[in-house]
Design a protein around this ligand. Structure first.
Ligand SMILES: Cc1cc2nc3c(=O)[nH]c(=O)nc-3n(C[C@H](O)[C@H](O)[C@H](O)COP(=O)(O)OP(=O)(O)OC[C@H]3O[C@@H](n4cnc5c(N)ncnc54)[C@H](O)[C@@H]3O)c2cc1C
Length: 419
């Protein structure tokens, strides 16, 4: 916990803003620990105005605030420089406006992705967000993390699906960017700046998305292949054939590689494509594609802080070699988006983290890739930048953080280069 000079006065001021129902009891605060640091107070505002007042107060008193959504990705980021207030966004969970005919929706940032998709499903629509643990992951957290998953194949990155955003700036001001029409940006597209900024530039309070129709038919199949090369080769072949594939990823847990595909579209297109996929799977592996009831939950439980999880990004053409190099470090699980050149490797809690980190950084650098520590015991974050690389635009990023958040109010120290 960081030292606060007037904790009682701050507690009273926050209580006045959010009311007793907006203060999380002391005995529940352990759940808001970030890298071993506990906040002095956890607030759950119920409106944009309350968020604005909380941030304004934190800024005036020089406090550090970390926004929380579902808490599924809080392991990502450097150890915060200070952490006084946890800002739990889950009471901001209303649909502001849904225009089914225009294929747009505006929701508050604390809405879970599952609630959002359920609301849209009733209209035969969906939004291109597909995080693991959608019953916990919030819209704001998913945007602030800015990571795409298997649905990237067809629907793109979360940044491609958002068209408008409302944020609370680090001094408490409320700002908007983008709008409700798909072609909406005149000037700099500031929406994009907040995607993936890990809550270091602003608190996302509302987001407007463009929507897509729900496919009439869906089938999930798994193809088991002996090597990464064959699995990536099959993925490439599927891409070239333009089959109606909705989501695709590859899993490996020490045995064969499993390429999981979801086909989605009209019933006729899906069943024709299944036959084609099956024939290709036989050609590549000698075995037919196995039907699955649903998309597999590879990462079956939310992140455990003691585990080591690394994210690797390389050119897709170098992914196979990079994955092969990582297997030498004996991960228990690897999943990859073969056509995007992104992979995650996971080691159990008892693994020798410093050795693995050193060797993994070297292995990935050989292929000009980037390695990010997604999760690890916090003691190994000490003296390290978990983003592991110094992007050429780092001076500009520093300047953006300085201009946006001169007092270091929001998630101080968590981003690339400890910004
Ligand atoms: C293997 C893997 C696959 C993934 N696949 C997908 C995918 O398919 N599609 C996809 O969209 N995502 C995907 N993700 C990303 C991930 O699941 C999301 O980032 C997650 O849903 C975060 O939501 P949360 O509410 O739990 O955020 P939290 O864990 O609560 O917060 C995450 C970060 O965002 C900040 N934050 C939280 N709320 C706000 C806010 N309102 N304003 C500003 N900052 C905030 C927090 O401070 C923290 O830094 C994947 C991640 C992994 C590791």
């Amino acid at each position: 916990m960081t030292y606060i000079s007037e904790p009682e006065a701050i507690g009273e001021a926050l209580l006045e803003i959010v009311g007793p129902e907006g203060i999380i009891p002391l005995e529940m605060q352990w759940a808001y620990t970030v890298d071993g640091l506990s906040p002095a107070i956890v607030v759950q505002p119920a409106s944009v105005e309350e968020v604005s007042k909380v941030i304004g107060l934190a800024s005036r008193w020089g406090l550090g605030v970390i926004p929380w959504g579902g808490g599924t990705m809080m392991g990502l980021g450097n150890r915060p420089h200070r952490y006084d207030i946890a800002l739990d966004m889950r009471r901001l969970n209303q649909v502001i406006e849904h225009e089914p005919a225009d294929l747009t929706i505006t929701v508050e940032a604390g809405t879970t992705v599952k609630e959002l998709q359920a609301r849209l499903a009733a209209y035969g629509q969906r939004v291109a967000l597909d995080p693991p643990w959608p019953d916990r992951a919030t819209v704001g957290g998913t945007l602030a993390t800015g990571i795409a998953g298997p649905a990237r194949w067809r629907l793109g990155h979360p940044r491609d699906t958002i068209i408008g955003i409302k944020v609370v700036m680090p001094d408490g001001r409320i700002a908007k960017a983008g709008g409700k029409v798909v072609k909406n940006v005149a000037g700099y597209d500031l929406c994009k700046l907040y995607i993936g900024s890990l809550g270091t530039l602003a608190v996302i309070v509302e987001a407007t998305f463009k929507l897509v129709p729900t496919p009439r038919s869906q089938r999930v199949v798994a193809c088991s292949l002996p090597t990464f090369k064959q699995a990536c080769g099959l993925a490439k072949e599927l891409q070239w054939r333009l089959l109606p594939i909705d989501s695709l990823w590859m899993e490996w847990d020490g045995g064969p590689c499993v390429l999981v595909c979801r086909l989605a579209g009209s019933p006729g297109a899906v069943s024709r494509s299944l036959e084609e996929l099956d024939a290709l799977a036989r050609q590549y592996s000698g075995a037919e594609a196995q039907p699955l009831e649903r998309w597999p939950e590879v990462v079956s439980s939310p992140p455990v802080a003691e585990r080591l999880v690394l994210r690797v990004s390389v050119l897709p053409s170098r992914l196979v070699a990079c994955l092969e190099a990582l297997t030498a470090l004996e991960p228990e699980l690897m999943v990859a988006l073969p056509l995007a050149g992104v992979a995650y490797a996971r080691w159990p809690a008892e693994a020798s983290t410093p050795n693995i980190l050193q060797n993994a950084f070297q292995a990935v650098a050989t292929y000009d890739g980037i390695l990010v520590i997604h999760q690890c015991p916090f003691k190994y974050k000490e003296g390290r930048d978990v983003f592991g690389w110094r992007p050429p635009a780092q001076p500009m990023m520093k300047e953006i953080k300085r201009r946006w958040d001169p007092k270091g109010t929001l998630s101080p120290g968590r981003f690339v280069a400890h910004l």
